[in-house]
Design a protein around this ligand. Structure first.
Ligand code: NAG
Ligand code: NAG
Length: 345
């Protein structure tokens, strides 16, 4: 043992004297760390094509099956993601901002993107989800959060350029926090020798939801245009008017000023027929066929609140409460079946 240590010491001494110490050592270190990576990669998340398949087919399939009433959003998002992933050298990271009422599918689409990019889906080390009320709750700590976000994003992109960052509840984020990452979103090759251009950033907020709903409703009132015929250009004016950044994290933000956000995506209010599709999908996901499917779906749809009050057109919570109501319905149905079973005995 002592001999070994001495050998090592002599070896190091000699290497230093020869002036090759640091390079030999760094080669050795590289060798060990890369073999370590190679050993663990078959088992754990690594930053390679196997663990990051970027499966567009899967994304499109899942969107088709699980996202309802969002023809504008789903089209723009698929297009942007495909273009970004297929570009061998993107000039900046992809930055998208999703807008609309809660429950309209913003979070769900972000989640599906993570599921299709990474083999470990949302458990991937390269998927980062920040919630304003959890990660950045206090306005007075905005400066601290700004430094934190900057160092997290930098650290994680250094580990893997194919990272996905989702910032949820941006409207509740202290003003200025996102300015911490402004430089990373820009058309810059590298910032401090880190290349951010392969990463994807998504901002989610309820901001603009009211205006989007009003727009959809106004068009519905005129009766000439079908919802499915609306296009993103129908909502562009809302962005120009600043309706999408009334309060919170993006307000007065340099991100907006420098137009670093590639695309603003409107999520439309959900009508009863969309809620119904959500409920149907949820029964399927929970592996239950209700005895009377029609009555079951109707009950779930009728259990939610709608806007405007007199016409009851759009679900005020989108599909947010649907999963929980379906679970309740299933539990009730099973309980009453058990009761009936006991009576018959
Ligand atoms: C992509 O997803 C599709 C559909 O889920 C699946 O059939 C296919 O095997 C996946 N491809 C890769 C490379 O993971
Ligand atoms: C990566 O991000 C997480 C937050 O999602 C953070 O806790 C972690 O410290 C970051 N890693 C690095 C290396 O910066």
């Amino acid at each position: 043992m002592k001999f070994c240590k001495m050998m090592l010491f002599t070896f190091l001494l000699h290497s230093c004297q020869l002036g090759v110490g640091s390079s030999v050592l760094s080669v050795l270190a590289d060798f060990f760390s890369s073999s370590y990576e190679m050993l663990r990669c078959p088992l754990y998340d690594c930053c390679n094509d196997y663990w990051i398949p970027n499966n567009i087919t899967k994304l499109q399939l899942m969107i088709e099956e699980e996202v309802f009433g969002q023809h504008i959003a789903t089209k723009i998002i698929s297009r942007q993601i495909i273009a970004h992933l297929e570009n061998p050298s993107p000039s900046k990271p992809l930055v998208m901002s999703f807008h609309g009422w809660t429950g309209n599918g913003k979070n769900h689409v972000a989640y599906l993107i993570a599921k299709s990019l990474y083999r470990s889906e949302t458990k991937s080390r390269f998927y980062h989800h920040f919630m304003a009320t959890v990660h950045f709750p206090h306005q007075e700590h905005a400066q601290l959060y700004q430094d934190q976000v900057r160092s997290w994003v930098k650290g994680n992109v250094t580990l893997c350029p194919h990272s996905l960052f989702v910032f949820d509840e941006v409207d509740k984020m202290p003003t200025g926090v996102l300015d911490g990452i402004r430089a990373y979103l820009d058309y810059i090759d590298t910032v401090d020798s880190v290349d951010y251009r392969r990463s994807i950033f998504i901002f989610l907020s309820n901001t603009g939801g009211k205006e989007i709903t009003k727009k959809v409703h106004d068009i519905w009132l005129t009766g000439n245009v079908k919802r499915e015929e609306l296009t993103v250009s129908d909502f562009e004016r809302l962005v120009e008017l600043g309706a999408f950044n009334e309060d919170g994290g993006l307000q007065n933000s340099h991100l907006i000023e420098k137009s670093l956000i590639d695309v603003y995506v409107p999520f439309l209010p959900m009508e009863k027929l969309h809620v119904r599709l959500c409920a149907e999908n949820e029964f399927k996901k929970q592996n239950h066929v209700p005895k009377n499917k029609e009555a079951a779906l109707q009950k779930i749809v009728d259990g939610l609140n709608y806007y405007p009050e007199d016409k009851e057109l759009y679900s005020t919570t989108g599909c947010k409460r649907v999963a929980q109501r379906v679970s309740l319905y299933i539990a009730d149905e099973r309980r009453s079946q058990r009761k009936k079973g006991r009576k018959e005995l």
